[in-house]
Write a new protein. Sequence first.
Length: 205
Amino acid sequence: MSDTKLISTDRELLGLQPSQAGRYEVGIKGAKGLSLRIYPGGEKVFEVRYVAANGARRRMKLGAYPALRLGDAKKQAGKFQNEVVEGRDPSADRADSKKAQRTGETVEQLARATFKAAKLGLHGGRKRPKRPSTLANETRLYEHHIAPKLGDKVYTEVRRRDVKEFMRNLAADSGLAASSVGRVGEVLSGIFAFAVHEDLWKSTR
């Protein structure tokens, strides 16, 4: 943090001016790890620093001033520091929450995220976008055979035994040809491969 004296009032915060030399940072009095970063364009952003249980040093943005008031920033910083004491990692929790919002929590939500990514070629590494006809066929197989059985399940709770049981039942009861059963399996595998690629699911489960 900057060697500038610690800031303790809104009046002092309002008086902080941007520097053309670059962004700078001032500490906030009475809130462990809390600081305000001032950018050359005039933006002022509250941040909190802490050390996670695994030793990782974290810096997390809380919000811009004055939309986020000083008192509220202190409360947020205190809350996060308490979580750190309890062994949690607020920054990692926030990142996980954002991923959940993007890909959802159920197999259905994950599948939709997978198809959307595949349309752009972002479904695992650097790949070409899938052709519309391919995506349409995969979506149809998913909706007809996978969604009714697995769509509502939380994908992080799906285990290999669940997939094996699903595939056995599909082969025995669906009336599909072996090649079609295999194709459904490929679609399901692709959905979970996307989760692995996005670090949302472990392939060893």
